[in-house]
Design a protein around this ligand. Structure first.
Ligand code: ZN
Length: 457
């Protein structure tokens, strides 16, 4: 269906901002034009898609994706990442500023990203900038050019070209972001705590877990909150793995600090107890912790303490994962830290959420509305609401499938979900009213921050 066409999508389970109900959704010129009672819109030559009991969700917004192109396209790239996104019900991806070369820490870096994404995006793509030592003067031009905010690290990032901020640098970067009004999104692990932890290489996950203790997260978050309090910056804690940081966030909020947090599908659905020896597909930083911690994350999620659940899709080639199945050593200390899950986040979370009595509306709140708000895209994305982009997903909440890594659209066939059976199948994905065909031509757009100099009126 070309843009400009009119279509009706009808489902007994349309997930709207106020909950789920049968409805007809009228799509015109790529936007949601009307939401009407089920069966009420006339079939007067308008294209009708009848979904029956298959649910209609707003497309997911994944604000934490490492696309890695240009520079490390062998790890992932725009074509592969965005096809995986579309197949997984994700219609907006916001790319992280590192692992690509150059990183998105200068205008030239942003231009390189945009050039790399051109003609290779099956879903809409936006960009975070990066705050690193020495690029304070780059933040304003990047923000004006349309990045959504800035990511920084409090501990080494894993790649040399994206160094972490020390205390002075963090303070200066947060002050500048407060001045700009830009959200500061932060990888919070404390380097001193990590350095003091036992570093025992090998194939045993418990050794890796001991090398990245929960105390590294709490120490870093405490430091971040202090700096946020002093500078007035709006901060967002990325990929919270340890539930021990949640009381710190609660307390800071009651004291008026503007702080939000996210967690990820792997922290909610996997657990340290399940990681096999040499199972480096499970390695990420901060690490997947034990089952008791996972339960505490679910309690916090249910209580509304997380603003978003996003993938932190951060793949690499199988050789860098040192996977035993690919002839690698399985050494957790040396393997690349990052989990590939962009295509699987929705069914992974739904599988576990449903078991715990959560609704599709809950999942949409965590994975679509929440991240859209975080990126400031909630005027356009994140809900089935009149006026928003018709980014939609037909999702069969009762279907199931076994994960086969080689069948995913990710560039490399490595994921800790391999072999698992997940509940929930994405049947169709629409981007601005058009069905996305991952075997056809891409028509994803590049997004800029609303209100930026680069944004259209
Ligand atoms: Zn990340």
């Amino acid at each position: 269906m070309p843009l400009g066409d009119t279509a009706v999508i009808r489902s007994r389970r349309v997930v709207l901002p106020d909950g789920e109900r049968p409805a007809d959704v009228l799509v015109q010129e790529g936007r949601i034009a009307r939401i009407a009672a089920y069966g009420s819109l006339p079939d007067d030559g308008t294209r009708l898609t009848e979904l029956g009991s298959t649910a209609l969700l707003p497309g997911l917004v994944d604000t934490h994706v490492h696309v890695n192109e240009p520079g490390r396209t062998a790890w992932e790239g725009f074509a592969t990442a965005t096809r995986a996104a579309a197949a997984g019900g994700v219609t907006t991806v916001v790319d992280m500023p590192l692992n690509s070369v150059p990183p998105t820490t200068t205008l030239a870096g942003l231009e390189a990203k945009r050039k790399a994404a051109e003609g290779r995006a099956w879903v809409d793509v936006g960009f975070w900038g990066g705050a690193v030592p020495g690029n304070l003067a780059d933040l304003e031009p990047l923000y004006r050019a349309g990045v959504f905010g800035f990511k920084s690290f409090l501990a080494p990032s894993g790649v040399d070209e994206f160094p972490h901020l020390e205390a002075d640098g963090l303070e200066a970067a947060l002050a500048e972001q407060a001045r700009l009004g830009a959200p500061a999104i932060v990888h919070a692990e404390d380097p001193a705590v990590l350095a003091a932890a036992p570093q025992q290489p090998g194939v045993h996950y418990r050794d890796f877990l001991a090398s990245r203790p929960a105390g590294a997260e709490t120490a870093a978050v405490a430091r971040l909150l202090e700096a946020a309090r002093r500078t007035g910056a709006r901060v967002h804690v990325l990929h919270v793995s340890s539930a021990t940081v949640l009381p710190l966030l609660r307390r800071a909020r009651t004291e008026g600090v503007e702080v939000t947090a996210e967690t990820c599908p792997h922290y909610l659905t996997l657990a340290a107890e399940q990681v096999p020896d040499g199972g480096t597909a499970f390695k990420c930083c901060p690490p997947i912790r034990d089952e008791a911690n996972r339960e505490a994350l679910w309690t916090a999620l249910a209580a509304g303490e997380f603003a978003a659940v996003v993938s932190d899709h951060s793949p690499s080639t199988p050789d860098l994962k040192l996977l035993p199945a690919h002839g690698g050593s399985g050494d957790f200390a040396a393997a690349w830290g990052g989990i590939a899950s962009l295509q699987l986040g929705l069914p992974a979370v739904w599988t576990e959420a449903r078991r715990r009595g959560h609704t599709l509306a809950d999942v949409v709140g965590w994975m679509s509305a929440g991240p859209a708000r975080l990126a400031g895209l909630d005027g356009r994305k994140g809900a089935i609401e009149v006026g928003r982009d018709a980014d939609l997903v037909a999702f069969d909440p009762d279907g199931g499938f076994a994960v086969r890594a080689a069948e995913l659209h990710h560039r490399n066939p490595v994921t800790p979900y391999a072999g698992r059976t997940l509940t929930g199948v994405v049947r169709t994905t629409w981007l601005r009213g058009r069905v996305v065909d991952v075997a056809g031509d891409p028509f994803g757009a590049q997004l800029v921050r609303p209100g930026s100099a680069a944004s259209a009126p």
